[in-house]
Ligand binder design. Sequence first.
Ligand code: B12
Length: 429
Amino acid sequence: MKISIFTVGYKSDEIWKHQFPLGVGYLSAHLKKVFQDEVDIRMMAKEEEIYEHHPDLLMLSSTTQVIDIAERIAQKVKEKLSIPVILGGTHISAAPQTLMDSVDIGVMCEGEFIAENLVRIYMNDGEYRHDNLTGVKGICYHHINQILVNEKQPYIKDIDALSFPDRNIGKKARNVYLYTSRGCPYKCIFCASQNMWGNVRFHSAERVISEIEFLVDEYQAQSILILDDLFFANKKRFYAIAEAVVNRKINEKIKFEAFIRSNLVSEELIKKAKGMGINTLKFGAETGSDSLLKKLKGDLISVKDHQKLIDLCSKYHIECYAPFIFGTPGETKADILMTRDFILKNKGQLTVHGFYHMTPYPGTSLWQYAQEQMLLPDKIDWKDMTMDFLNDKFDWDKIIYLNEKCIPLYEFKEMIDQLKIDLEFRSKE
Ligand code: B12
């Protein structure tokens, strides 16, 4: 049986040589381990490769913003190949009721075992029907003009049992993606991680080290981008990993980037991070206003923590990156100016790598708020959910603006335009 797996939305060939999406990589590795020679699974770098492979089954992975492209591909594949199309990824996980007509089955959240069950059903029955899908956990599907959403699949307890993900990358790759945990213990109002991954689960330090060594030996990877929502969520494990990296001299061969949260920072931790070869840290700063920050990320974090992290990164020569978000319900003009001043004050020490509009995504508490306040349009065009003010597709007429009560949209736009000038931000494609 032939299966093609494709992540929707990639245009650049360059990025594929280095950074291969891990979601489809985990699926591919798991299905190969379970079915071995019974299936021929290919991860596609381009849409055209699907037609060349001529699979019996297509698996698509998509985020919210590119879901319209997923729909178009599914339609085309149905027309050309008449095969079942299964869709997974963050969007359908949070919004199963949006399953498109051209997609047969949506897979919600952690996908490895659900994909396995679906492949097995197809192998046995040669088709998907209501009677062979009704008991399958973690899926949604069409049945008599309705979308049925089955109960959730339990999360995998021991994620070390999963194989290393397949990666379609070349040798000497840079910023190779690595995942060392699933989920995040915090609940930021704009993030769907809890909905997606449930309680946070960690790979053991040993497993993390063996995957890093594999990337060094197998691919001669030059740098690794640790994509975990929060690599430092379990400090004990972080120290164990840092120590092993140094003891095995891995830090002499490879550098790392990772995501941190400012309230977890101490000098000892940053020193250890530098010691293991982390030369870039990224954190969700979001705002320079303390009261707003607490609203976004909870009471345990403050702008002082942000400052401490930035100062420590500066001291230990670690590059520090952070995104900022504007347009939160309740944000005042004074809050926006505080954020501007915070960014200006840290010029040279902090790189702003996200200048975002507060966009409600399904699966977040912000989405729930927007629904309750009736701030969502009747019909949402998902491709308009561009949150990046600097993206040339950002369209002020189409955004979902949640803060009209505090700052009217036209004044908000003026402030954002002024911020672009004050902070010397340039638009990009
Ligand atoms: C790496 C990454 C990227 C990479 C690769 C994206 C990708 N599609 O893999 C790049 C840099 C391209 C990227 C871009 C963007 N990203 Co991004 N990204 C991530 C990040 C940090 C990790 C993704 C990852 O590898 N996860 C680990 C794997 C194991 O999980 P997974 O991909 O979800 O796959 C599992 C399941 O979903 C499921 N599954 C997935 N696909 C399929 C398919 C089938 C058939 C089945 C059965 C199962 C299945 O099984 C997998 C294994 O369990 C996540 C944050 C996160 N924690 O996930 C954000 C995240 C996915 N990105 C996000 C966003 C907003 C974006 C951008 C829109 C940013 C922007 N401003 O442009 C763009 C979208 C462009 C695009 N084409 O996708 C949001 C998505 C929100 C949403 N509702 O869609 C996330 C969740 C961050 C967040 N918390 O808000 N991103």
